[in-house]
Design a protein around this ligand. Structure first.
Ligand SMILES: [Zn+2]
Length: 273
């Protein structure tokens, strides 16, 4: 079984505009697979033998909460189709400046949604800022998983602050019991070798969506090879990665006896599915 812990796809009506914005943000550095729609994404998953995927949305403004929650609910209820209900695990996103932040987190948990996606650059906050720690404490109390962008982002090529290993460590030292997944192998691109290892004792997970441009850098290879099996979640950041290659890359650096945990077991445990 294969679960992709980090993917992006959109309802048909919003996909063209959402994809155009994302493609602009990558400044020509990444090529997208498909057209960004759920339908196309589900076709890709079936073609490549991927059983389930977490679809991550980002609230770039507090006002987006309602529409994002509607989409997440529609996936879960089957309104977006039977395949979407069966194969997609929708994550929600909240904006740290949302005046109704705490009530909205409760609503997310009540809707049965398993996780929250955050992106400090797009949402203009820092993980080491004590102002946002009450949000993370509530997320931990509700038993939700955080999937957070970490480190370098092609849309913000000059930024290595806000969500690098140091900032993640500050958050996890101050918010106990948080299930925190640091995307892109903890953001290892752009930091000193072994910087991400600071997160090992703090209980963080990493996802393997390192993107093809970083696949054969020493630090990414070392990390995916040497981190404890139970802390690594297979992920692709689809539509920016071809499944077959992402799967082959992870298999290349992990022993076959780790595959079950990395490709699905850890995700199932974290998500309770
Ligand atoms: Zn992503």
């Amino acid at each position: 079984m294969i679960i992709d812990f980090h993917a992006h796809a959109f309802p048909d009506a919003v996909a063209p505009r959402a994809m155009a914005g994302l493609i602009r943000a990558t400044r020509g550095t990444l090529t997208s697979i498909g057209d960004g729609t759920f339908t196309n994404f589900l076709d890709q998953m079936e073609h490549d033998g991927v059983d389930r995927a977490c679809v991550l949305q980002i609230a770039t403004k507090p006002t987006q909460f309602d529409v994002l929650l509607r989409t997440a609910r529609a996936i879960r209820s089957g309104e977006m189709g039977e395949r979407a209900r069966r194969m997609l695990v929708p994550f929600m996103s909240v904006h740290p400046e949302d005046p109704h932040l705490m009530e909205h987190l409760d609503e997310v948990a009540e809707a049965g949604i398993r996780g929250i996606k955050l992106h400090p650059y797009y949402q203009n906050f820092r993980l080491d800022d004590p102002k946002v720690w009450p949000m993370f404490r509530r997320i931990a109390e509700l038993g939700l998983v955080v999937e957070c962008h970490a480190g370098y982002d092609v849309g913000y090529p000059d930024r290595f602050d806000a969500c690098g290993p140091k900032e993640i460590a500050a958050l996890l030292r101050n918010v106990k019991g948080l299930a925190f997944v640091a995307a892109h192998l903890g953001g290892c691109a752009g930091y000193a070798p072994h910087a991400t290892d600071e997160l090992l004792d703090l209980g963080a997970y990493v996802d393997t969506s390192a993107l093809f441009c970083n696949w054969y850098r020493d630090e990414e290879m070392r990390l995916v090879h040497s981190w404890p099996t139970e802390r690594i979640l297979f992920a692709t950041d689809f539509p920016w990665t071809v499944y077959a290659e992402a799967i082959r890359w992870v298999k290349e650096f992990r022993d076959e006896r780790d595959w079950e945990a990395v490709f699905s077991g850890n995700a199932r445990r974290l998500l309770g599915i």
